[in-house]
Every structure is written in C-alpha cells, then in structure tokens.
Design a protein around this ligand. Structure first.
Ligand SMILES: [Zn+2]
Ligand SMILES: [Zn+2]
Length: 137
C-alpha cells in the first residue's frame, strides 16, 4: 500500500500542528477529491476551532510540497487529491461533479518529437468527462 498523506508528511519531518494534522487526516482514503470548503467542513467536525484561513493555507502548503495534487476538473472549485501515487487520471460527471480515479493504462498518449517542441515531458493528465449512471436517469 502507498503511505497516506499524514505518513508522508511525518516521514519528511513536516511540522504538524493540530490544525494541519486534521487537514491531513481529512485527506485520507481512496477516490478523495474534496474542495477546500469540503475539507474545512470535515476538519471542523473533528476540530471545531480550525480556521478557514489555516485550512486554505495548509492545502496550499501541501500542494507546494507536492504531497497533494490540485485538480481543476469541473470549472467550479479546485479539488485536492492526496493520492499523488499511484499517478492516475480522472473520470468526472458533468451532471453532479462526482469524480472517480482511473488507473493509468498504457493508453496515455505519447508525444512525438515534433509535438514536444523540445520539451522534456514530466507529467500528463487526462480528464474523461461524461454523465454518471444516476444523472442518466
Ligand atoms: Zn452525475
Ligand atoms: Zn484522483
């Protein structure tokens, strides 16, 4: 199993205040793609004194550290994905906004010399959009 966000932060010696720890705890699990407001809501349920400013700045720090991936999936709010490993793509319902992880296949498009314009490629992400079973009803 891949280490959780909290385990990764601990192992890199990140200073965990009570508030930051709660944010990391909230961002644990599979198919985790919460907006900042959803993180705040869940963090407040555990630690009522947690502040909006702290939740937002903590998310920014986690993202700057590369421990959380910021996703812009549905043109609404940014979402935060703590499962940076394994790398994965996303499947998004355009109706209700729910998000599923999609395992990396061998099907990721490969850029040829000409299309790379001399760049070395570090990452590529694909967002599949559609309409989920519930929204099709
Ligand atoms: Zn839907
Ligand atoms: Zn994801």
């Amino acid at each position: 199993m891949y280490p959780t966000l909290l385990e990764r932060l601990k192992s890199r010696g990140y200073r965990l205040t009570a508030q930051r720890r709660v944010v990391a705890e909230v961002l644990t699990g599979e198919n985790m793609h919460l907006t900042a407001d959803e993180v705040l809501e869940r963090a407040e349920a555990i630690l009522p004194e947690v502040s909006r400013a702290t939740v937002y700045s903590t998310l920014q720090q986690f993202s700057d550290l590369g421990e959380v991936r910021e996703l812009q999936l549905d043109g609404r709010s940014k979402r935060y994905d703590p499962n940076v490993q394994p790398a994965h793509h996303h499947l998004v319902c355009e109706g209700c906004g729910q998000v599923f992880d999609v395992a990396h296949g061998e099907t990721a498009p490969v850029l040829g010399e000409h299309d790379r314009h001399g760049m070395s490629i570090s990452t590529a992400e694909i967002v599949y959009r559609g309409c989920c079973v519930d929204c099709q009803q």
